[in-house]
Design a binder for this molecule. Sequence first.
Ligand code: NAD
Ligand code: ZN
Length: 360
Amino acid sequence: VSQEYRNFPMVPRVVYGKGSFNTLGDILMPKRKHSEAPMIYLVDDVFEGSELINRIPSIFCDQIILISAEEEPKTNQVDALVSMIREKFTELPSGIIGIGGGTLLDLAKAVAIMLTNKGSASEYQGWDLVHKKSIYHVGIPTISGTGAEVSRTTVLLGPEKKLGINSDFTTFDQVLLDPELTKGVPKEQWFYTGMDCFIHCIESLNGTFLNAFSKSYGEKSLELCKEVFLEDISGSESREKLMMASWHGGMSIAYSQVGVAHAMSYGLGYVLGIKHGIGNCLVFQYLEEFYPQGVVLFNKMLTKHEIVLPTGICSKLSESEMDTMICVAMGMEPLWENALGENWRSLITAKKLKAIYQKI
Ligand code: NAD
Ligand code: ZN
């Protein structure tokens, strides 16, 4: 019963609108415990030297930490940030603010959790292993698609697995959605991260876990994705719509799950360090058996935006690396169950996954 009626946390506060970043100082002020308890801003280093940095309302002993999104977040990176913050300040921070894409948002969530929970982040990868409330944390996306701004997970690469810390304390306390912040995103990256959202919709809407709650969000998100990627809209209209598509896509999977592309993309990420967005695209193109209509739309989007996906990614893998990849993918049980139902084990074999990976 508890699985059926899950009691989900939602983001309790959200600001939306062009220029809304300017309200951040006012939002944070009442959350400041005192002058010795800083706000820590974890910011994508793509913004180094940019005007955005000057607009961050950093006062007292607040700290801005620039972090590269080159690699996806790791459990030991989270542990190192937490030790650094604990050593530098006598008090726990008043808040952690993540500014960037899924990478920075996930880091902010994980650091906020680990500042109040003992041990290493790797001990909390899984479902509902966190028992202490995290530090107040704020998510400010600068690229749209992952839904990390609304989700109850933070996906981390650990020593043994790539898996989220899924917990009620993971969800942000505050989100700020300012579509202007996504202005500088390079086209290919815009496409890959946007397709993460599109794939969330397809996997959620075609999954066995689907209910009316998820469907309502998934359908809205899919409609927005189609406008953004298949119609002739651009500029701020496109940025605004993709930001809301990401939000709804994230809400859609809250009460359902992702599916085949995500399970297999986790394998690519774990063994080859392939990033989430592009990894999903690399897999999804070969999933016509599972998502026939989705793959047709995906191919139209690729053509319209003249995106050429890389090839030969898995061609140099050793047998054992291929086995690890298959093992990581097959380990994502809830995803397979959502995609194919309780009987998924009789439908998915290592051989079948290998055949798909070999095409990539
Ligand atoms: P990202 O955060 O990895 O960033 C991708 C690239 O875009 C980086 O080079 C970054 O510097 C750049 N970038 C970001 N904003 C920019 C801007 N405004 N201008 C110019 N460049 C900009 O990308 P992503 O696709 O948003 O996130 C991927 C991560 O999200 C993965 O680690 C994945 O595991 C995670 N994820 C999490 C969830 C969740 O629910 N927690 C869901 C899906 C994905
Ligand atoms: Zn995703």
